[in-house]
Design a protein around this ligand. Structure first.
Ligand code: GSH
Length: 212
């Protein structure tokens, strides 16, 4: 059986939930409560990086959400989450990496906790940090997507791709921290198109069994 180690609020786990749903892969949940520090306990033996998600699948334990997404794409190619052409694949991966490597790593719990515990940052200062990096990253993405004919109903054309799989969780995260999103109409339009699909809707944090 396929088992996803995740946490309802984790945007990296949210990516994997969406992809599993889009590809119709049934899975069990194993919950790792990040705010109670469960990533530092038994789970650390499975993933020494102490990060979710991890996915048990086909007898392997995989970590890193983008590697997991690529694994699912290789082993379960239908429906495809990457375009058929090399420039299209590079564009989609570029959007996904912009989110997963340049926006998301600045704001997970371990970073915000370090700012508070080691650098004495107040809650307001942490929020300012969070929204600053979100705004910088999303503004660049909005400009890129709004001005590219390859953008369609979704980030790339008329079907969801790995770019959408990364975009929707990042926007959910930004909303949770109350970062203003008015300046990103293209991103919000794509998000609405994604969330109209049951694969995305079922994967939302509030629809998870461990949601609080
Ligand atoms: N690059 C990793 C990032 C994973 C990651 O940062 N996960 C966060 C939740 S979204 C986490 O487990 N954080 C635990 C912590 O910050 O202590 C991936 O894409 O899987």
């Amino acid at each position: 059986m396929t088992k996803l180690y995740g946490f309802f609020r984790s945007s990296a786990a949210y990516r994997v939930r969406i992809a599993l749903n889009l590809k119709n892969v049934a899975y069990d949940h194993a919950f790792v409560h990040l705010l109670r520090g469960e990533q530092h306990k038994a789970y650390a033996k499975l993933n020494p990086q102490k990060l979710v998600p991890a996915l048990e699948i086909d007898g392997a334990l995989l970590t890193q959400s983008l590697a997991i997404l690529e694994y699912l794409e290789e082993t379960r190619p239908e429906p495809p989450l990457l375009p058929g052409d090399a420039p299209g694949r590079a564009r989609v991966r570029g959007i996904a990496l912009q989110i997963a490597c340049d926006i998301h790593p600045l704001n997970p719990p371990r970073v915000l906790n370090y700012l508070a515990a080691k650098l004495g940052a107040s809650e307001d200062a942490r929020l300012a940090w969070y929204c600053h990096w979100i705004a910088e990253g999303l503004a660049a993405l909005e400009t890129a997507l709004a001005n590219d004919a390859a953008t369609g109903e979704f980030c790339h054309g008329a079907r969801p791709t790995l770019a959408d799989v990364c975009l929707v969780p990042q926007l959910a995260n930004a909303r949770r921290f109350k970062c203003p999103l008015d300046a990103y109409p293209t991103l919000r339009r794509i998000e609405a198109a994604c969330l109209a699909l049951s694969a995305f809707d079922k994967a939302r944090p509030e629809n998870q069994p461990d949601a609080e």
